[in-house]
Design a protein around this ligand. Sequence first.
Ligand code: ZN
Ligand code: ZN
Length: 100
Amino acid sequence: MYLVCSRRCGSRMFRALFAEVDLDAGGGFLDYQVVQPGYVCLGCGSPALDVGEVPAAIDADRAADEPAMRLEVLCPVCESLVEVLPEGECPNCGAPLTVA
Ligand SMILES: [Zn+2]
Ligand SMILES: [Zn+2]
């Protein structure tokens, strides 16, 4: 997780809006769990963004958009190095190639 203020006010303190806080018998803080992502900047009160999550989301989008990765394999039939899609066939001799 890496929180930043949406107004970039420079504050490094944030509050989770939807968190459950575990307390001891005297009301002392023990632990917390974020129930739902949602944070505000304590400096200016603007919504804060968890930019630590963004690259992973972008990667997932990009992976979904990209065509299936081509792999270089050595065809066991004609013994040529060919680029195939996973579970494709050899473009030279048509032999089915299973790519592990
Ligand atoms: Zn702020
Ligand atoms: Zn082949």
